[in-house]
Every structure is written in C-alpha cells, then in structure tokens.
Write a protein that binds this ligand. Structure first.
Ligand code: SAM
Ligand code: SF4
Length: 459
C-alpha cells in the first residue's frame, strides 16, 4: 500500500544516526539539507521519526557490528509505526547492498555511498511505490554538485567541507577504496563558493575533508593542488580558521609543510596517520613510506613550525606483527610524542588483501598490545596538556560546553578542547584564554583577552 500524499505544511520527522568518520557526518548533514525542502524536519527523538536515515561505517568490524545491532533494534519501532521508513546509507550499505535488505526485513531502502545526492528522489519513489528499494549509483561521483552548498551550518561556528571522495591507495587492511570508490576531487570554485556561503551564515572555521587531501586536484579540469586550494581559501574568503583531514605521509610535501608557517588561518595541527613503526609491517600494509621517512618529515615539519600539534592513527596486531615489530611502533611513538592518537586493533575487512594474510595475531595478544600502547599515549597526552597550564591561547568559541554548567567551549589552534566562563554572545569570537587546569581530554581556562581582529585574511 502506498503512503498517503505528503501535504506541505505537515512536516515529517527525520531522525539521522551517524556511525563512523567525519565524511559520514558531512553526508548526514547533506541528507538533512536535501530532505528539508521535501518537508522533513530533523528530530532528536527517534520516537518522533517518520524517516530514519542510518549512515553506516564498515571501516572496522566493531563499527559494522554496531550498525547491525542498531538496525536490529529498530524492528520493534517499525512494528508500532508501520508507516516509518528506514533507510541505510554509507559504507555498510554500499558493501552489502541488497543483502542488507535480505537480512533486515524491516529495512525499506539501501543507498550506496554515491547515492546521497539522490536521497530526496529515492525517498519519493519509495513513498510512491510502497515497496523496498536499492539505490547503488555507479556513475554519480557522490560529491556535492555545483549550485551552492548542500549543507547548512545551523548557527554552527565550525563546518565540514568535503573536498574529495574515495581513495586510490589500497592500503592492505582498508575497505575504503571498495566502498567509497576511486579518488575524485571537487572543483576549487565549488569549494570556495560553499565556504563563502558558510561564512555568510556565521561559520568561522572549516574542516576540509578527504581520505587523502594531499592528493587533492588529480583529474580536475581546472588545475589545482591542495596547497593552491589552501592559499585560495585564505586569500579569497574571510574564514578565520582552516583545518583539514586526512593527510597521507607519502604525499606530504615540503610546500604543504610551509603553509603551516604562513599566518594563523591554517590551524597548527596535523593529523598524519603512521599506522606502524616497523618497515616490514608498513610494507605489508602497502603504505609507501618507511618509519625513517616518516620521522624525517616530522623533523622537517617541526623545523618549519616548531609548535605544531601532531596526531596519528595506529593499527596494532596487523597480520604478521611480531613483538619486535610492535616495539618499533612504541619506539616511534616515544620519538614523536604525539599530542593524541587514535589506535585500533586490526580487524579483517572483506575484499582487502590483508584479510587473506595467513599469519593473524591472536586477538588477546593484539588486545594486550593495544592496551600497552593506549596506556603509554594517555600519559603523554596528559603531560602535554599539563604543559599548557599557564599559557595563553587563542580560542575560537564554539558554544556552550556539554560537560560544565554555564561554561563555553572552544578549541585552540592545536585542536585542544578548552572550557571557560564567557557569555553566550562570545560564540564565534576568538578569545585569549589563560589555561588554568589540564585533564586527559580537555583544558580549563580563564578569558583574559577580548576578541582579536576577526578577519581570516592573513596573506
Ligand atoms: N585515509 C586515512 C589514512 O590514510 O590514514 C584514514 C582512513 S580510515 C577511515 C581511519 C583509520 O582506521 C585508519 O587510519 C586506520 O588506522 C584505521 N583502520 C582502517 N582499516 C582498519 C582495519 N581493517 N582494522 C583496524 N583499523 C583500521
Ligand atoms: Fe584507507 Fe589507505 Fe585510502 Fe586511508 S589511504 S582511506 S587507510 S586505503
């Protein structure tokens, strides 16, 4: 039976649940933006939803399990509310397609990673047909198109901006190239247009997103490198701060390093996933650099920008990783002393080459290594936070703090979260804050300097 026709003026609730990375968060904002004109209003209470959109992640097995159990938990809601439409998008949807519909008979539609732009059309088809649908566009590039931004900031001070999709690197453990497709970049003119609109609506900081932003621009008609793009954002928009993620060490050039020394707009923080400290493992991972090569880049970067904050990703227990290999990872961590780290236990992912490697590390051994590494890093991170006490940092005020009552929260250029007393009206301003206290994951401070010059142009 098909749905009753939708009457403008009677909004329907849209509940969006996002699993995984910032790229998925960006796509979730796009879904909200694209469904808004069709009368769908975001709701935070799942009970008020007429449509549930699940943006799924399959990068690690654990993330995929979470998606499956969340999907399973929706069965009861669908029974109570039969008109409810449940849609799965993102990487698990791309990977499993129709199989996901077979597995969950209360799921109405599966949309692949390149289908986000068609979500409105597909939802209309779904409502009209009353059946179940699979949408796996192979041709669409999955990027936001020309004609303005597909996301809206909703009074936010910071906003993500996708500059590219997909990846050509085929690291041995990684599912991304299989579920996100080959690398494709968005024209610089569209990115600049989106940033200007975000700026007009009050956004002060943008986070440029891509799986390997360093290789931005390959294949574009309008020639542009990532460095060109950064410089254009700094000179052609008034955005106060730029961040980006993720960079691949093999593609990190001296020219890009130099950008960190060119004024304050580009935040002094680089996320540079190393994954392992053993050359044997890096080779098996197909990462395209050695530990010494990585260290040499870190040394040059610190010469160019001594205060730069560095964070990284590590995988422990990759197939064939011996105790000696793991020690090399720990040695690298000791040498670099990262400001923060995202560390994971290796998990087999479908289609990847590592999934067929025979010499798997026993899970309990991988768990032990992970714990050792995380314990070490927690200490380094806390010490680095403690070293901030007494210093004055420029902080972009993002909004009320979730944790502390009545306080505001913001970030330093080094991407440290800091909470402090300030009026709500300070949202979006850059204030000088003296750090008084350090915790494992955040800082506390007191505002001592009123807003600085608010323009982002510093070239
Ligand atoms: N493009 C980025 C890069 O090159 O590092 C990150 C992509 S991935 C979405 C984020 C992180 O997940 C990776 O850096 C890696 O540490 C981790 N990861 C990816 N596949 C994994 C797997 N099969 N098992 C455990 N961790 C994994
Ligand atoms: Fe995955 Fe490697 Fe591509 Fe990053 S660079 S997305 S880890 S294949």
């Amino acid at each position: 039976m098909s749905e009753p026709p939708f009457h403008p003026g009677s909004p329907r609730g849209l509940y969006v649940r996002t699993f995984g990375c910032q790229m998925n968060e960006y796509d979730s904002l796009r879904v909200q933006r694209l469904l808004g004109p069709l009368g769908y209003v975001p709701v935070s209470d799942i009970g008020e939803a007429d449509v549930i959109f699940l943006n799924t992640c399959s990068v690690r097995e654990k993330a995929e399990h979470k998606v499956h159990s969340f999907l399973g938990s929706l069965r009861r809601l669908k029974k109570i509310k039969p008109h409810l439409k449940i849609i799965a998008g993102g990487c698990v949807a791309q990977q499993l397609g129709e199989k996901l519909l077979d597995r969950f008979d209360h799921l109405d539609m599966v949309i692949g990673t390149r289908g986000v732009g068609s979500v409105g059309l597909m939802l209309q088809r779904l409502q009209e047909s009353g059946g179940r649908l699979v949408c796996m566009p192979g041709e669409e590039n999955g990027l936001p198109g020309p004609g303005g931004p597909e996301i809206f900031p909703r009074g936010g001070v910071t906003a993500p901006v996708t500059i590219m999709q997909g990846c050509n690197n085929y690291c041995a453990y990684c599912i991304v190239p299989y579920v996100r497709g080959p690398e494709r970049s968005r024209p610089a003119s569209e990115i600049l247009e989106e940033i200007r609109r975000l700026e007009d609506s009050g956004v002060r900081e943008v986070l440029l997103l891509g799986q390997n932003v360093n290789s931005y621009g390959r294949g574009l008609d309008e020639k542009s490198t990532f460095v060109d793009l950064l410089r254009r954002i700094r000179t052609e928009t008034g955005i106060a701060r730029i961040r980006f993620t993720t960079s691949h060490p093999k593609d990190l050039t001296d020219e890009l390093m130099q950008c960190f020394a060119e004024g304050d707009t580009l935040c002094k923080h680089l996320h540079l996933p190393v994954q392992a400290g053993s050359d044997r493992i890096l080779k098996r991972m197909n990462r395209g650099y050695t530990a010494a090569g990585y260290m040499e880049k870190i040394r040059r970067l610190r010469l160019i920008c001594p205060q730069i904050a560095l964070t990284s990703d590590i995988i422990v227990g990759f197939p064939g990783e011996t105790e000696e290999d793991f020690t090399k990872t720990m040695d690298l961590l000791e040498e670099v002393r990262f400001d923060n780290l995202f560390s994971f236990r290796y998990s087999d992912r479908p289609n990847t080459s590592a999934a067929s490697f025979p010499d798997k590390v026993p899970p309990e051994e991988a768990a032990r290594r992970l714990l050792e590494l995380q314990t070490y890093q927690a200490d380094v991170t806390l010490r680095k936070n403690l070293a901030e006490v007494g210093s004055v940092r420029d902080v972009l005020v993002e909004g009320p703090s979730r944790a502390s009552n009545g306080q505001m929260t913001g970030r330093t250029t080094h991407n440290r979260i800091i909470n402090f007393e300030a009026p709500l009206s300070s949202c979006g301003q850059i204030l000088g804050v003296k750090i008084s206290f350090a915790y494992s994951h955040s800082l506390k401070g007191d505002v001592i300097v009123r807003p600085k010059a608010q323009s982002g142009r510093d070239l």
